[in-house]
Design a protein around this ligand. Structure first.
Ligand code: UTP
Length: 416
């Protein structure tokens, strides 16, 4: 270990992160090795770059943003059946799998445990995981197949997630046969001075690398290989926190297949110009999403000749990818965005600090940044009341929270 320690000290000196060994002597041998290992695996050049970027403000401000075309699912007329039949055939042939991204921290909701285990207060007390699984099972039955389900967790919540599924007998699915878990990547968190944080366990404070970590995680964990072995061609990718998400939609699939695209996304009409959602757009000519923090007031208010918002197709994190597209996207690193979050850490005096306001940078890749890899994609507008019931905030916030999601869910399924 001593050689290793000397090597690590030299690295830390070079990048002025010597504080990472402040608590080294207090750790047991296992954690000492773990810490040295973690440090040797940090890409310090990348971290320095990411820190520099936090000081640069909005580096996207010079991008050319233009509106993107979309199809309205409910204005399709005759083509509706045509696309539906194409999609149905592909589903019956077992070409579709679903991926649920459940690696987020769910800080806004504030639930103690993985977000997917959250009970939104239905009489059935079903968790978000079970609600999504119900949807998969009902749809699978229609087409005489079991839709394979892949669940992305983080290092932080993987154990709790798998235990929850085990306790619930995988809701009728079978582990390693039609339900698979894989863990996304992580990056260190940093303070505002560019110092990497030490967590309360004395080890590096790591956080999941954002939903954009999905591609790399699917490839590196061998899941795309498995998908190919299972003859899966299309993958629905969605979040855990939309209890009305339609993981299986033959029209959506049919449009993607017929239009010969490798990526398709669903949108709902932005409720009003100020709604805090990202909207689909073209960025420098390529499909992308512009976040609500990034869009100018003028753009948010702009309307087309029919009076509709020019940037009004909200991203609800419901996407369809071909397996090849995932592999392509997993091959190239995505840019990281910075979020300013609350993070417990050990300070230089060895004391645990529990901040009550944000104190640390978390670096996250966004799934839609990979859309730049494709020249075209389909954006399919669907109905908000049928497909979007997000659980983002605690009930006290009053929007996109368990009580609003519960009402939308009950209304859609006609539950009293
Ligand atoms: P959000 O961006 O809403 O983040 O994730 P979150 O972690 O759930 O909640 P906050 O921001 O901390 O309150 C949207 C979806 O992407 C997944 C989440 O689990 C959710 O399904 N996600 C997000 C990941 O799987 N990994 C990540 O690193 C981030």
């Amino acid at each position: 270990m001593d050689n290793n320690l000397e090597e690590v000290k030299a690295i830390l000196k070079k990048y002025q992160q010597e504080h990472l060994l402040n608590n080294y002597d207090k750790l047991d041998d296992r954690d000492k090795r773990k810490l040295l290992d973690q440090i040797q695996n940090i890409n310090f050049e990348l971290m320095e770059n990411l820190y520099r970027n936090t000081k640069k403000g909005n580096k996207h401000s010079e991008d050319e943003i233009t509106p993107i075309d979309y199809l309205d699912k409910y204005k399709l007329k005759d083509e509706y059946k045509y696309y539906e039949n194409i999609g149905k055939k592909a589903i019956r042939e077992g070409q579709l799998a679903a991926v649920t991204m459940a690696g987020g921290q769910g800080t806004r909701l504030g639930h103690d445990g993985p977000k997917g285990t959250y009970d939104i207060g239905l009489d059935s007390h079903k968790s978000l995981f079970e609600l999504l699984c119900d949807n998969l099972k009902q749809e699978g039955k229609k087409y005489g197949v079991t839709i394979p389900w892949f669940i992305m967790t983080s290092k932080e919540n993987n154990k709790d997630t798998v235990e929850f599924f085990e306790k619930n007998k995988y809701f009728g699915y079978q582990k390693d046969k039609n339900i698979f878990f894989f863990i996304q990547g992580e990056l260190p968190m940093m303070d505002t001075e560019g110092k990497i944080l030490i967590g309360e366990d004395g080890l590096i404070k790591l956080a999941a690398d954002g939903h954009g970590g999905i591609y790399e995680a699917l490839v590196n964990s061998g899941m795309t290989k498995k998908m190919k072995e299972m003859n899966i061609k299309w993958v629905f990718i969605g979040g855990i926190d939309n209890c009305l998400a339609k993981l299986v939609d033959p029209v959506f699939m049919g449009v993607a297949i017929d239009k010969n695209v490798t990526v398709a996304s669903k949108s709902v009409v932005k409720a009003n110009p100020k709604e805090k959602v990202g909207v689909f757009c073209k960025r420098n000519g390529k499909p992308n999403v512009i976040e609500y923090t990034e869009i100018t007031e003028e753009m948010a208010d702009a309307r087309d000749e029919n009076g509709e918002l020019l940037y009004g197709e909200s991203n609800i994190l419901c996407h369809l990818f071909s397996v090849e597209a995932i592999e392509r996207m997993g091959a190239n690193p995505l840019p990281y965005h910075v979020a300013y979050k609350k993070a417990k850490y050990i300070n230089k005096d060895g004391k645990i600090v529990v901040p009550d306001s944000p104190n640390a940078y978390k670096f996250e890749a966004f799934l839609f940044d990979a859309f730049g890899e494709v020249d075209d994609m389909v954006v399919l507008r669907v109905k908000r009341e049928e497909e979007f019931a997000p659980v983002k905030n605690a009930d006290s916030v009053g929007v996109d929270c368990p009580s609003t999601a519960r009402e939308l869910y009950k209304k859609f399924y006609n539950i009293d």
